[in-house]
Design a protein. Structure first.
Length: 181
């Protein structure tokens, strides 16, 4: 089972790199794509990582789920973005899992994916989902085919929800045992 994670300059380090690593540890194949001009992406804290693909070149048929990390880039791009919102909407319309953490759910909110649905996100991000049911006290949650999480401190719970959705509760519990969570 293969997933796609979006890499952007100024993405939050833990929400992107750790999420990808933990999902790989859980036995899921992960590839990174970017809408940046370069495959080399610089995280919010200066780590340089390389995406596998340019997002415009990926085929949705190759992926079962998508992950959108948060970070400072979200505030700078979400209002004028067309690409990420369009991509998550396409995954959602195909019944595939859409997962977003921290400020990442802002893209989902603006795309209308959180309308009349419960979600969690970084404080203040709920403004982009005024028709949704914001749950600020939850670290991570799943509703239908959408997983949302509050921030970097909720990465383990975020990954747990993704693995549970895709591979079942037992697989999610096994992953947590391997990291002594």
């Amino acid at each position: 089972m293969k997933g796609l994670i979006l890499f952007s300059n100024q993405m939050e380090d833990v929400e992107s790199v750790a999420t990808r690593a933990l999902l790989k540890r859980a036995g899921l194949e992960m590839e990174a794509a970017t809408y940046n001009d370069s495959l080399v992406v610089k995280t919010a804290f200066g780590l340089e990582v390389k995406a596998d693909h340019y997002a415009k070149n990926v085929s949705l048929d190759d992926y079962r789920f998508i992950v959108v990390p948060g970070g400072p880039y979200v505030a700078k791009t979400v209002d004028k973005d067309k690409d990420i919102k369009k991509l998550v909407k396409r995954f959602h319309e195909q019944g595939k899992l859409v997962a977003a953490i921290c400020a990442g759910p802002r893209f989902l909110g603006q795309a209308g994916l959180l309308d009349d649905k419960p979600f969690t996100a970084f404080t203040g991000s709920e403004k982009d989902a005024p028709k949704g049911e914001y749950r600020p006290n939850l670290k991570a949650m799943t509703h239908e085919n959408i997983v949302t999480a509050r921030g970097a401190g909720a990465v383990y719970e975020f990954v747990y929800e993704i693995v549970k959705y895709l591979r079942g509760e037992k697989a999610a519990q096994e992953l947590m045992k391997t990291i002594l969570h």
